[in-house]
Design a protein around this ligand. Structure first.
Ligand code: PMP
Length: 392
């Protein structure tokens, strides 16, 4: 049928499909398709086969606090953190989730006092990840409610502060900003704390830390995230949330994620570039460094936008001083452009306005993680803009 042949065509075009010079480029989402080229080169290394008789049971590890966590995934998570040195895994409970998104909600559920007269305040320092307000409020929970910018929070009430480090959208390393008056709980969203984005200065050691394959390896579609949780009761409550929400997390996805993490850890034992065993994070660092250099070069030749500057810090993973190369470019337009999102849309570049992150419309967030062709169109379009050419 024609619909079947259209579907086949779409599949064949698949990852090879190139955007034309006329097409609108969508850099609004942080879809990590950049990593396809690495995994393409890895060929069958991550291929797993799941026979029909496997993974029927709801249960994975009945002796474990998180009873739906596949032991292989738990092992690979611990092993990868040890290789990379980005998080302390000793004496922590691992809770697996359908993306870190589900774990975010499990964390709010677990950290909210169950019998409080009013919902607990949930805050994050602006600019904050644009999904936090909606994810917090969409069910109008009686347990927690979005209370906005953490810098502006001055109530003498219990709160949960979301600390995103490196931060989405601006890429800076962060710490909690609310001065703790005893009633505060912290959730550390560390989904970008990986060597391709930022120097790994020390293993993060917080009470509740969130990670995901979406940003670490690029497998966002697998929908696997994990939380490292110190407190047993908190880990239990998070597990309970996931039990009530989805009775566990896809075993098929967990097995695939375990395999991918295993291949990444194995690649960390090799160095060198270009070969088929190239270290995954060296590859990521190389591409992100190139992209940021190219973007800074184009931006510096126009008097239209400003980009944040990141400090040089010693990355223990890389063994050298490096600066951040964030997953997003946080652009600020100069005086005459009031609405930067609208301005860029005029050049067929879709971005996300600062207003979604709790700041002004002079800012936009631009994904740096799209495929090579799309990124090049971005550079081309930025360099073709009518700015004041800067005198060198
Ligand atoms: N936290 C932050 C800061 C993010 O940017 C994202 C993805 N955009 C997520 C969490 C959610 O990731 P996922 O659900 O795919 O694990």
């Amino acid at each position: 049928s024609s619909s079947a042949s259209t579907a086949l065509e779409a599949k064949e075009n698949g990852i090879k499909k190139k955007p034309s010079s006329e097409s609108v480029i969508n850099l609004d989402h942080g879809d990590p398709t950049m990593f396809e080229s690495y995994w393409w080169r890895m060929g069958d290394k991550c291929t797993i086969t799941i026979p029909g008789w496997q993974s029927l049971s709801y249960f994975s590890d009945v002796g474990n606090l998180c009873w739906f966590l596949e032991p292989e995934l738990a092992n690979e998570i611990r092993r990868l953190h040890c290789f990379v040195g980005n998080a302390a895994v000793e004496n922590r409970h691992i809770v697996v989730g359908t993306g870190s998104t589900q774990l975010f909600q499990a964390a709010l559920y677990a950290l909210s006092p169950p019998d409080a007269p009013a919902p607990v305040n949930v805050v994050a320092a602006a600019p904050y990840y644009s999904s936090y307000p909606a994810m917090t409020d969409y069910l109008r929970s009686g347990l927690y409610r979005w209370a906005g910018d953490a810098y502006a929070f001055d109530k003498d009430e219990p709160y949960i502060e979301l600390v995103t480090s490196p931060n989405n959208p601006d890429g800076f390393t962060r710490e909690a900003v609310v001065l703790n008056r005893g009633g505060g709980k912290l959730v550390h969203d560390l989904v970008y704390y990986w060597p391709q984005y930022t120097p790994i200065t020390s293993p993060a050691d917080h009470d509740l830390m969130l990670f995901t394959v979406s940003k670490s390896t690029g497998h966002a579609g697998t929908r696997i995230g994990w939380a490292l949780v110190k407190d047993k009761e908190v880990a239990k409550k998070m597990t309970k949330f996931i039990e009530l929400n989805t009775i566990g997390v896809s075993k098929d996805s967990q097995l695939r994620a375990a395999k991918i993490l295993q291949v990444v850890s194995d690649s960390c034992r090799h160095s060198g570039s270009g070969c088929e065993s190239e270290n995954f994070f060296e590859y990521g660092r190389r591409i992100m460094t190139e992209r940021w250099e190219q973007l800074r070069d184009v931006i510096s030749h126009k008097d239209l936008f400003r980009l944040p500057e990141y400090p040089l810090e010693f990355c223990k993973f890389a063994g050298e001083f490096t600066e951040a190369h964030p997953a997003f470019a946080w652009l600020k337009s100069k005086e005459e452009i009031e609405d930067c999102e609208r301005f860029l849309k005029g050049y067929k570049i879709l971005t996300r306005s600062g207003k979604h992150f709790g700041v002004d419309t002079k800012h936009v967030r631009v994904s740096m993680l799209d495929r090579e062709d799309t990124f090049h169109l971005l550079l081309e379009r930025l360099s073709a803009m009518q700015g004041h050419e800067r005198e060198e």
